[in-house]
Design a protein around this ligand. Structure first.
Ligand code: PLP
Length: 444
């Protein structure tokens, strides 16, 4: 093997080299074919090797690949913004592009900060987040996130952002209805805002349906709606981080649309370009825009060199076209319901505590004691064993820890490409069930 000059995240480990992809499959240079049940990392919603996206990018690159967004506009950027607004909930009127999800959340924080400043409240800057959440790898987004393991080494850089406990219906206290539990969790947000001093806070950030941190958790009925009321009461912006869930992953264009409430800012990334080019951004509600419109503000202060990169936007625009032309969001809703029902039925091994999800975002949480819903000690490395057993069967799933408290709790996530047909989803589940069986049996 050639000497490796890349400073890799998996330190000291050599990884299989991929030569090409097709649909939900990745083909390695040494002839292996993987079924990618997680779209890379919740990214490749339309599958690999989509020629029309490659062609749209090449055409754009030939015409104009890059302009500096401080000097010029392009059709690619404007057309993609229009397509995203078309898909977004009513009332969202503007899009700002970045190169990925972390930058998108950073921009959301800056917009929230500026919004408060324009409202004459310059002391409002802190962002209230939730434990177990993940909002990105930059310092501000790590500060707002609650994935303990990813924050630990950077604690000296962390901003003073408060966090609350997110709801977890699987662990809803016995005797409490889901509605009452949701109310209790939202009340904690209100209490925390008061304790922290609302006059220091600019916004609240949540993943409406969670991703990597706790694994495809949808909040109890009423929780998101109550969160909206609380934010309104304290004049806080509500940021719905849809970097994973945006563009159809949960069976609606945006996961926020599962609830009877409208956030103020929706950061997005990943699926917007289906992985064909680095792209992210935020969609901004008119009520936020209004404050900018009425002010003497001349700009939003932040700009990345590659904001609105024309080739990335051309990729995104073709993704939007394919999504719409093939009615893929509706397909995800139907396939997701069927896959979740089949997974609940198939995955009944003793180590499986909960199987949950929405659309084609599914998680399996593993527990040492299913009656007490007790997580495994980290040293048991359960998720790592399941991921390895799945890999032996040539299927890629994402393993995570921290679903229980940010540290403990093992789960895996599935986020198959939307284009998977029923037999592929069924094959995926067969291989996964087999992998979990192997790990479960080895524990007896
Ligand atoms: C919910 C959520 N927000 C933000 C991010 C950060 O996005 P990126 O890795 O593109 O910077 C991620 C990445 O996994 C995410 O899952």
């Amino acid at each position: 093997m050639k000497r490796d000059f890349v400073f890799r995240r998996n330190w000291g480990e050599r990884l299989p080299r991929i030569s090409h992809g097709s649909g939900p499959y990745l083909h390695s240079a040494d002839g292996r074919t993987y079924l990618d049940a997680v779209g890379g990392i919740y990214v490749v919603n339309l599958g690999y090797g989509v020629a029309s996206i490659a062609e749209a990018m090449a055409k754009q690159a030939r015409e104009i690949a890059f302009v500096y967004g401080g000097n010029f506009e392009t059709d690619a950027e404007n057309d993609l913004a229009a397509a995203i607004i078309d898909l977004a909930p009513a009332g969202f009127e503007k899009v700002y592009f970045t190169s990925g999800g972390s930058e998108a959340n950073e921009v959301a924080f800056k917009i929230a900060r500026k919004y408060q400043m324009l409202g004459g409240q310059a002391e409002r800057w802190r962002i209230l987040g939730r434990w177990q959440s993940y909002h990105g790898a930059t310092m501000a987004t790590l500060s707002a996130g609650g994935k303990v393991s990813r924050r630990r080494e950077y604690r000296p850089y962390m901003l003073d952002f408060p966090r609350v406990t997110p709801p977890d219906p699987y662990r809803c206290p016995e005797g409490l209805s889901l509605q009452a539990y949701g109310r209790q969790c939202a009340d904690e947000v209100e209490r925390r805002i008061l304790q922290e001093d609302p006059a220091s806070l600019a916004a609240v950030i949540v993943e409406p349906i969670t991703g990597a941190g706790s694994g495809a958790i949808a909040p109890p009925p009423g929780y998101m709606e109550r969160l909206r009321e609380i934010c309104d009461r304290f004049d806080l912006l509500l940021i719905a981080d849809e970097v994973i869930t945006g563009f159809g992953r949960t069976g609606k264009p945006f996961a926020s649309q599962h609830f009877d409430m409208v956030p103020d800012i929706i950061p997005f990334g990943k699926g917007v370009s289906s992985g064909y080019a680095p792209l992210g951004g935020v969609v901004i509600h008119q009520r936020v825009i209004d404050r900018f419109d009425k002010s003497a503000a001349t700009g939003v202060f932040t700009g990345y060199t590659y904001s609105g990169h024309a080739v990335s936007c051309a990729a995104g625009l073709e993704v939007m076209r394919v999504l719409k032309a093939n009615r893929l969001v509706d397909k995800v809703a139907g396939d997701g319901d069927d896959l979740l029902a089949a997974a609940k039925d198939r995955l009944k091994q003793p180590i499986v505590g909960d199987v949950r999800g929405k659309g084609l975002l599914l998680a399996v949480e593993f527990v040492a004691d299913s009656k007490k819903k007790q997580p495994f000690p980290t040293s048991t490395r359960i998720q790592q064993k399941v991921v390895a057993a799945a890999l032996k069967r040539d299927i890629l799933v994402r393993g995570e820890t921290g679903a229980f408290d940010g540290e403990l709790g093992d789960h895996i996530l599935l986020a198959p490409p939307f284009i998977c047909e029923k037999p592929v989803l069924s094959d995926m589940l067969d291989r996964l069930a087999d992998a979990i069986d192997e790990v479960s049996k080895a524990r007896r």
